[in-house]
Every structure is written in structure tokens, then in C-alpha cells.
Design a protein around this ligand. Structure first.
Ligand code: GLU
Length: 508
């Protein structure tokens, strides 16, 4: 295999949907796995669909995910520029080459004329198609006399160059994921390749020319591009580039959580989960939520996305980027659509939260504590998160889970109080208070040991006593290991909180 060179070639038409991020990710993983290069090319030849800010958004999204671009927009490289609008001058030559070789032709039909034809067909219940059947009766260099064609071009009439789709030919194609595909050209139309009006190529021409010039070895892209594949194969043939043509892999769709239909940009708002990596502020003012702003760690997001369509063939679910690079292969990408699962996305985040270092999580917690009016050190915050990190799904959970470690409860959960703060249990709390007061060394293991011995010796109700202790210390009846929390707040504060609870809470 020649050097692996793959590209992510988004059009800056809006925020990058997570399906697009997955395409970028699979390209990146494939490049890394094969010691190849990953390119970023911006396909912005459709000026009508251009959205300001979209390119920056794409670049920032890739950065956030840890997908490093080797060559391309923002990085440079031997084939610069990588933004198609800056490569405008390259494409006409190639379009003309196809006209000369008889694979393409000039067409002069105006937008109005074509619209009228479309409407006329619709009225008859038919669909208009500019193709082998209709081209002979339309205004183009195949139907008009040569002098007329020349006269129109010289006079500055607007024209487009269309691909001359061969008639009734079976195009035989191979796709790494979908296998062998045969399509008959009778179902295909004569696509526009170049427009004189803005001196710009369309997607098809620019895409093929650039993949060729940039020596792309594999085209890995979404399934929505599969219908364009026959045209792309035929373009390679028409240019005489078949020998160096890239291999193709069309990725399965990302499906809605219910499994029916493509996961759309609207589904996020509808079902309450993000479909964009980062928050997106559309030019019209609409704001869509992002994974980053919703508290997802980029590693969790990438891990979740990697498994939406790729199956390692083992039980392993947690993968670092390095492991993904090591194990990824296109052969293990499934043909069928991958159903998005918002709960699973949360599960991944929780896994990465619990695996994160205490110092990292402390960094997330500290500003939240500050906002809540609590001033503490990074060390204290790290000790606090160490106790509760298994219970956090998102960074924002950290505050709720640790606040009582920094501040005595101001109120006590009514339900827990009603259930446990009974006269007999309160009597045990008084005894427990004295045991705590007598402890010389106040640390988790020894305190727990002594308390347990007392409970066992008297055959006391362990659960109830522990729940009352929790109520006194945290204000609620459940939570992480209570002895860890007592150790964290210290002996004096533990006693203070027990005393306060004994004084303030009425027995149920
Ligand atoms: N510009 C196309 C897009 O927006 C690229 C498709 C391809 O990868 O060929 O997805």
C-alpha cells in the first residue's frame, strides 16, 4: 500500500454534527494506525451555503477532541492552500480537460429555463433530469453548433460544465465497508462540475481534483456520499487517474436513539442531549448545546463516538486515544447504522470522571466552590473529590457531592430525618458522640474500627446509627463512606456537627 494519506473535508455550512466529528475521528485513527497522515481540507466552494464561524468551529472541535491535523488548514503543508476557495484557479483547467476529452460539455441553460422545465415535468408527475435522454434537446455544446457555442462563450454568456454521464453502463465499485457495488448509469444525471458565474468548481470536481493532487490514499466519509460514488469513479476514469485513485470507505449513519432515521441537528433539542461537540452560536442567534459545555470530558466523548459504528471485537469499552489508534480498523466498521444512546454517553463520562486524577477534578471543583463562597486549597479540594469521584457523572456534580465537606449542613433532609432520627437512635448518637470525643487518633480506619466494635458489642442497629451520623454530618441520609468524610472534616468539626444535630433536630 502506498503511504496512507486521508483527509477530513468538511464544508463550512454550520456547526459540525457529531456524525462529522466521527468521520474526522475515524480518518485520524486510520491514519495513525497505518503510520499515515491526516489532512484537513475545507471545501468552501459553495458560497451560498457558507456560514461565518463554521471553519473556526470545526478547527476548535478537532482540537478539543485531541484529533491532530498533520497537514491542512491552520497547519499548512506541501499542498497548500487547503481551503478550496483559495485554490479556485486550479480547477478550470481540469474541467476543460474533460470537455476536450469528450467527458464533459458546456451548458448554457439558465436557472429560469431549468426551473420551468422542472415545473413542467412536475405538473406531469415526472422529475426533470439533465441526463443522456434530455441533454440533446437542451442548450449545450452537444446540441448546439460549434460556432454558436463559441459565440456564446466569447460574448460572455454564462455557462456551466456538466459531466457527460455514459449511457446505460454498469459502474463497478468497491467499498471497504460495503463491499462490491454495481450501479447502472441510467439512474444518474449530468452533474455540474464548474460554473462560469462565480468561476468556481462544484463539490464533485474540486473534491476529486484535490484528492488526486493531495495524493489521498483512502476516502473515508459518511454514507450520505455513497450516491456520489459512481460519478467519482467515472471522474477518475475520465481523468485517466484510475491507477492512483483512492480506496473508498463509507461510514454507517448515526441513528436517532429510537433507531429510526438519521440523528439530526434538531434531535438534540428534542431529546435533550447535545448533537454538537461544542456549543454553537448560529449567525441567526440560535444557540445549540455542545458536549464540552454540557460537562463531557473530551476523552469520554471520543471514546463514545469511536464505538458508534466501530466494534473492536472484544468486550473492551474504555479506550484511550492511543488504544484506539492501535486497534482501529475499517474492517471492523459495521455496515448498519449505529444508534445513538444518550445514557451510554453519560456512562462514558462517569467512567472518565472516576478515572481522572484527584488533581484534575480538584481543578474542576475549585471554581465551583469559589462561586459558592468557599475558599479552600487545591489539596483540600483534591482530598474531597477522592472520596466522591465514583458518584459524579459531570463536573457540575462535584459541588453537590462535596459541599458538606466544606460547610456544615444548614438544614436536614426531612425524609431522612423522619425515617431515622428516632428517639432510640438519637440515644445511640449521644453515645457515639462520646466515643468520638474520646478518640485520640482521628482517622478513618481506626475510628471505624472502634465504632464498629461498640456497635457489635452492644448488637446495635448499625444501619440506623450510620444513617443518623450521615444526617448530622451531611444533612442527608445517604452518600459516600461516612468515616472518610469525618476524617476529612476532622474531629472537632465532627463533634460540632453531631452536637448541632442533637440540638436542632426534633426526633421523629
Ligand atoms: N465537503 C464534503 C462534506 O461536507 C466532503 C465529502 C467527502 O468527504 O468527500 O462532507
Amino acid at each position: 500500500m502506498s503511504k496512507v494519506r486521508v483527509r477530513f473535508a468538511p464544508s463550512p455550512t454550520g456547526a459540525l454534527h457529531i456524525g462529522g466529528v466521527r468521520t474526522a475521528l475515524y480518518n485520524y485513527l486510520f491514519a495513525r494506525h497505518n503510520g499515515g497522515e491526516f489532512l484537513l481540507r475545507i471545501e468552501d466552494t459553495d458560497s451560498q451555503r457558507f456560514v461565518p464561524g463554521a471553519e473556526e468551529y470545526i478547527i476548535e472541535s478537532l482540537k478539543w477532541c485531541g484529533i491532530k491535523v498533520d497537514e491542512g488548514v491552520g497547519v499548512g503543508g506541501p499542498h497548500a492552500p487547503y481551503r478550496q476557495s483559495e485554490r479556485k484557479d486550479i480547477y478550470l483547467k481540469y474541467a476543460l480537460q474533460l470537455v476536450e476529452s469528450g467527458n464533459a460539455y458546456y451548458a448554457f441553460d439558465t436557472a429560469e429555463e431549468l426551473n420551468a422545465l422542472r415545473s413542467a415535468c412536475e405538473a406531469k408527475g415526472e422529475t426533470f433530469s439533465y441526463d443522456a435522454k434530455s441533454r440533446g434537446s437542451l442548450k449545450n455544446s452537444l446540441s448546439l453548433p460549434a460556432e454558436e457555442v463559441k459565440r456564446r462563450i466569447d460574448a460572455g454568456d454564462q455557462w456551466v460544465i456538466r459531466f457527460k454521464m455514459p449511457e446505460n453502463e454498469n459502474v463497478e465499485m468497491d467499498d471497504i465497508i460495503r463491499g462490491h457495488i454495481t450501479i447502472n448509469t441510467s439512474t444518474l444525471d449530468d452533474k455540474v462540475l464548474y460554473k462560469s458565474a462565480d468561476a468556481l468548481p462544484t463539490y464533485h470536481l474540486a473534491n476529486i481534483v484535490d484528492d488526486h493532487l493531495m495524493e489521498i490514499s483512502h476516502v473515508i466519509r459518511g454514507e450520505e456520499w455513497l450516491p456520489s460514488l459512481p460519478l467519482h469513479f467515472l471522474l477518475y476514469r475520465a481523468f485517466g487517474w484510475t491507477d492512483s485513485q483512492p480506496l473508498f470507505a463509507h461510514l454507517p449513519l448515526l441513528l436517532k436513539p429510537q433507531g429510526q432515521g438519521k440523528l439530526s441537528k434538531r434531535d438534540g433539542d428534542k431529546f435533550g442531549f447535545p448533537v454538537f461537540p461544542l456549543e454553537w452560536h448560529a449567525p441567526d442567534g440560535e444557540v445549540s448545546m455542545g458536549y464540552r459545555e454540557s460537562g463531557y470530558l473530551p476523552q469520554a466523548f471520543v471514546n463514545m463516538l469511536a464505538l458508534l459504528g466501530w466494534n473492536p471485537g472484544t468486550e473492551q469499552e474504555i479506550f484511550s486515544m492511543e488504544e484506539l489508534c492501535e486497534q482501529f480498523s475499517l474492517e471492523k466498521v459495521s455496515k448498519s447504522g449505529a444508534r445513538f444512546n444518550a445514557e451510554k454517553a453519560k456512562w462514558f463520562n462517569a467512567q472518565y470522571m472516576r478515572a481522572a486524577s484527584d488533581e484534575f477534578l480538584a481543578g474542576l471543583l475549585l471554581p465551583q466552590l469559589k462561586e459558592a463562597g468557599i475558599d479552600t486549597t487545591a489539596e483540600r479540594a483534591a482530598d474531597a473529590v477522592a472520596i466522591i469521584k465514583e458518584r459524579a457523572t459531570f463536573p457540575k456534580d462535584l459541588l453537590d457531592l462535596t459541599i458538606y465537606m466544606f460547610r456544615a449542613p444548614e438544614s436536614y433532609d426531612e425524609k431522612s430525618v423522619n425515617k431515622f432520627w428516632k428517639e432510640e437512635n438519637v440515644a445511640y448518637m449521644r453515645e457515639l458522640r462520646e466515643i468520638v470525643a474520646d478518640l485520640e487518633v482521628f482517622e478513618k480506619e481506626s475510628a471505624e474500627h472502634i465504632v464498629r466494635e461498640w456497635i457489635e458489642a452492644g448488637q446495635l442497629p448499625m444501619g440506623k446509627i450510620m444513617n443518623c451520623l450521615r444526617i448530622a454530618i451531611m444533612g442527608i441520609g445517604q452518600g459516600p463512606d461516612i468515616f472518610s468524610i469525618c476524617e476529612f472534616i476532622g474531629k472537632e468539626e465532627t463533634l460540632r456537627r453531631i452536637d448541632a444535630a442533637l440540638a436542632k433536630i426534633q426526633t421523629a
